[in-house]
Design a protein around this ligand. Structure first.
Ligand SMILES: C[S@@+](CC[C@H](N)C(=O)[O-])C[C@H]1O[C@@H](n2cnc3c(N)ncnc32)[C@H](O)[C@@H]1O
Length: 206
């Protein structure tokens, strides 16, 4: 295993797991409307699990990563709905029928998926026409000065963050994939370069 592979597979996942735990309240609000047959893209270490509301009947997950297996299994065991994991990239064909899911969720992951447009098109395909995409992501600031800093820092951040980008335009990406934004709010949860968050819900129009 090369040095960077070691960093990406062994060192980065526990650091990320610890850093992302603080967002419990934001997760809870984002996922409040999730119901029925749910698909989560970019499952990571299962930090969303405890914040899914009662109406969730089944959760399918997609993420190529399979780190911290014992910790993740303990989180799965603690919820009262079945969880089916798929260790796949989301920016390829997903193994689900068109219109299957009542809810698709994606949290802090559109920043990292290499081909986020293809992934969002797949989310749109597998979402029930009456269903909803729920998301919270960090993204490009609407303050031009901050956005310029995001562009400058991004190449090094992309390496440190194992593919994470600071400067993606969350709302635009969601719309370009064919969704209609139902609501979108900006939250600042730390230094704006890193923590300009976009939380929202989108409907699969057409
Ligand atoms: C910053 S983590 C967020 C994890 C989790 N969603 C959360 O909220 O804590 C980004 C996640 O995107 C996943 N990821 C990277 N490339 C991906 C891809 N092509 N398809 C799906 N997930 C991917 C990573 O493995 C990682 O779990």
């Amino acid at each position: 295993m090369g040095l960077y592979d070691y960093y990406e597979q062994r060192l980065f996942p526990p650091i990320l797991d610890r850093a992302m735990r603080k967002f419990g309240p934001q997760r809870e609000e984002t996922l409040a409307e999730a119901k029925g047959d749910v698909l989560e893209i970019g499952f990571g270490t299962g930090l969303n699990l405890r914040y899914y509301p009662d109406g969730v009947e089944k959760l399918s997950t997609v993420d190529p990563m399979n780190a911290l297996q014992e910790k993740v299994q303990a989180r799965i065991d603690a919820v009262d709905f079945p969880v089916e994991r798929h260790h796949l990239p989301a920016d390829g064909a997903l193994p689900f029928d068109q219109g299957r899911f009542d809810t698709v969720t994606v949290t802090w992951t559109l920043c990292t998926i290499p081909d986020a447009h293809t992934a969002l098109k797949e989310m749109h395909r597998v979402l029930n026409p009456e269903g909803k995409l729920l998301f919270i992501e960090h993204g490009r600031s609407d303050d031009a000065k901050i956005a310029r800093w995001q562009d400058r820092i991004n190449p090094i951040w992309n390496v440190i963050g194992c593919g994470c980008n600071l400067n993606r335009e969350t709302g635009d990406m969601v719309e370009r994939a064919g969704f209609q934004i139902e609501r979108l709010e900006q939250l600042i949860e730390g230094p704006r370069v890193f923590a300009t968050l976009y939380r929202g819900a989108a409907l699969p129009k057409g």
